[in-house]
Write a protein that binds this ligand. Structure first.
Ligand code: AHR
Length: 720
């Protein structure tokens, strides 16, 4: 007989009822579960503690998991300048070399691409297909003669239309990043360079079409092409169509001749209508988090696999025609269409401060090609120029260039980080010298800038120059996240302040986004960061994005997932949103008594993916705290903000005492995120796990409140 167990409480002791699934006969099995005793949360409202820096919650980003190309960046054409190649899956470094990182070398298997005869002829034709129906004939190839330019656009695509006519078109199609997203009543901006051979009469048809169906969703036409390169731009509009990703972009003609194309682009509508801008749905999700800063361009994307593929900021600015792109360390080519100025626009659009990582000579190659000493000086100069590009007035060389490129006003910049994770790749051997060079030069020219070391506090490294901040990174299992909620409790209060520049509760062999179990680990950990706001200045989860299509993921457990059409926040995203939207200005001391405890078996577990392992399996043995709490005061409203995390499978009764408060209103509002540890969101079910609003009517100087099982609660208590 299958049974279902429900929990009831009497005098704060739990009894269980076994209910036969098929009937209503009840069998009482008293005392088989113990309801946690009520605990008392004391909040010292009269003892304001450390100030929470207004910059405390932000975002970290890099090109990984198709974050920009195939993600945030509004471009829909994949391999638009014909320099991509079929993907060779490979992470940035072998697993053994990544002690912090759970995920070194982790790769989702790239799908075997459908056989494309064009790619067999030339690998640079990846994602481009010849279109020739019955009775039509043609050919496509890469042509390096007479390109638009020899820097970025050295390859063009040549289309030979050999046999065509009415109803017998020949063309070339691009299948985008796992399909071109078709939405109803939407205007797309198509653009490309084209030239025609002698005798081609035109017209050229431009369309978004169903890949399998051939349905034309949006179309336009260029009447004639010139024999010299010319840029064409068209707006094409869908009607009242069904949304789909089963679509491709097609350039075709029914007339014979040879045509060449370069920089073929199709943009979806962008956030705030920025040209070359970002996808709206994902930007809106970020805006909802109210982040204070953006750490960019990485991550490993800053360092690159080698010197040629570092984040070379100068190659990421200016017209797209001059951006060759480069290999991201995560196996695929980056267009650099989302370059330095676009990162800054992204900051501007979401009211975030940039936290800029500058290249400092290290690559992801175990130190084989690290640049040091005098050889590093040109790149130090490049970093100074980068800072001038961001912050300089129009009377400076690089500030003037920024103005010519569209943004005369300088951007606000307070923090610069020197490299990324220099504790890896044998970076420790020479970081002292490299850091000192950058520190001295930056402080000399920009004394107000805060200089962040990419080393962690636990490296206990002798820097020779005292960094303003250290960048601690943590990718940890669920038990470790719970235990590390106390990580900074015993940190030297006179020690260097901390930027937690990458962190997540994760599982190196998980899926693109995490389950509720991971979000509980995150929330517990965040209470520890907030309580230690005197040490921790700011923090950001990583990675931020993942394209959930097969082959889109290089790093498992990311904050926001998407395909070409839809996006969703993971449960961890909602934790971030809840915490960031309810920050407070000053920490208030809290004490839980008695402190409920869990053993290792009671820790919430995420399901084990095929071939993977659960996020709860590795870590300290316990016991672990079962409840985590932090409290703060918001100066503008006087509100007391409580953040409460219950990682137990049973509700936790709490008595909440607000010591030193003069008045607390009876009604309090907040949000609660509660779900089974295995619950997860997806494109199809984006808000299966999402916070719900709560209103309580019994708040006061001392009141009781029950935390649901597996939950994160934020309460705002009014004191005015
Ligand atoms: O966030 C993924 C990677 O983890 C980053 O690129 C790197 O800095 C860290 O090792």
């Amino acid at each position: 007989m299958s049974t279902q167990t429900i929990l009831i409480r009497g005098s704060h002791r739990l009894r269980s009822l076994l209910i036969p699934a098929a009937g209503l006969t009840l069998a009482l099995a008293p005392g088989s579960f113990a309801l946690p005793d009520s605990a008392t949360l004391t909040v010292r409202v009269d003892q304001p503690g450390p100030r929470i820096d207004p910059i405390f919650y932000g975002l970290m980003t890099e090109e990984i998991n198709y974050s920009y190309d195939g993600g945030l960046y509004g471009e829909l054409i994949r391999n638009r300048i014909f320099q991509d190649q079929p993907i060779v899956p490979r992470g940035p470094r072998p697993a053994a070399a990544n002690p912090a990182g759970a995920q070194a070398g982790a790769q989702a298997a790239a799908p075997t691409p459908a056989a494309n005869p064009a790619v067999a002829k030339n690998p640079n034709l990846i994602n481009w297909w010849l279109v020739a129906g019955p009775g039509a004939a043609g050919d496509i190839d890469i042509d390096t003669h007479d390109p638009v330019n020899t820097t970025a656009l050295k390859n063009s695509l040549k289309l030979d239309i050999k046999s065509a006519g009415a109803g017998r078109r020949v063309g070339v199609a691009n299948d985008g990043y796992w399909g071109i997203p078709v939405k109803p009543n939407t205007v797309y901006t198509a653009s490309f360079y084209a030239r025609a051979g002698q005798g081609f009469k035109g017209p050229l048809n431009v369309a978004i079409e169903g890949s399998k169906t051939g349905t034309v969703y949006a179309s336009g036409q260029v009447r004639a092409l010139t024999q010299a390169w010319k840029k064409y731009t068209l707006k094409i509009r869908t009607g009242q169509v069904q949304a789909t990703t089963d679509a491709r972009f097609v350039l075709s003609s029914t007339n014979q001749g040879s045509l060449w194309f370069s920089l073929v682009s199709l943009f979806r509508p962008t956030y705030r209508n920025r040209p070359n801008g970002n996808r709206i749905d994902i930007m809106e999700k970020l805006a909802d988090m109210k982040p204070s800063f953006l750490r960019f361009p990485g991550g490993n994307y800053l360092e690159g696999r080698d010197f040629e593929n570092r984040f070379n900021w100068k190659a990421t600015i200016g017209p797209l025609e001059e951006r060759p792109g480069h290999m991201s360390p995560w196996s695929y080519r980056s267009t650099d269409g989302l370059g330095l100025l676009e990162f800054l626009y992204w900051c501007e659009d979401l009211n975030m401060e940039p936290i800029v990582g500058v290249y400092a000579g290290l690559h992801l190659d175990q130190g084989r090609t690290t640049i040091t000493g005098d050889a590093l000086k040109p790149y130090l100069e490049e970093a100074l120029e980068e800072i001038e590009y961001i912050t300089g007035s129009t009377s400076t060389k690089w500030g003037a260039l920024r103005a010519r490129q569209g943004h005369p006003a300088p951007f606000r910049l307070r923090y610069v980080e020197i490299g990324n994770e220099d504790w890896l790749n044998n970076g420790l051997q020479n970081y002292a010298g490299r850091f000192a060079m950058f520190y001295d030069a930056i402080k000399a020219r920009y004394p107000d800038l805060q200089v962040i070391s990419s080393l962690r506090s636990r490296d206990k490294y002798d820097h020779t120059r005292k960094p303003d901040l250290l960048d601690d990174h943590f990718y940890v299992s669920i038990p470790t996240a719970l235990a590390q909620a106390h990580y900074y409790d015993n940190y030297d209060r006179a020690g260097t302040k901390i930027f937690v520049g990458e962190w997540a509760t994760n599982n190196p062999r998980g899926g693109p986004t995490g389950h509720m179990a991971f979000a509980l680990g995150d929330a517990a950990w965040l209470t520890g960061l907030e309580r230690n706001a005197d040490i921790v200045v700011m923090n950001c989860y990583a990675p931020l994005f993942c394209n959930v299509n097969p082959g889109g993921m290089q790093w498992s457990i990311n904050l926001i997932g998407y395909d070409a059409l839809g996006s969703f926040g993971s449960p961890a995203y909602f934790v971030q949103k809840m915490f960031s939207n309810n920050r407070g200005d000053v920490v208030l001391a809290t004490r839980l008594d008695p402190l409920p405890k869990l053993n290792a078996e009671q820790i919430p577990q995420a399901p084990v993916p095929p071939g993977g392992r659960g996020g709860g399996s590795a870590g300290p043995a316990g016991p672990f705290d079962a409840v985590y709490a932090t409290a703060s005061r918001e100066n503008s409203t006087g509100n007391i903000i409580l953040k409460l995390v219950n990682v137990q499978a049973v509700p936790q009764p709490l008595k909440i005492d607000l010591q030193g408060a003069e008045m607390v209103a009876k009604e309090a509002k907040g949000e609660v995120l509660a779900a089974e540890p295995a619950a997860i969101n997806s494109v199809a079910e984006p808000v299966r796990v999402a916070p719900r609003p709560v209103t309580i009517a019994n708040a006061g100087l001392s009141f009781t409140h029950e935390l649901p099982a597996h939950s994160v609660t934020v309460l705002r208590l009014k004191t005015r």
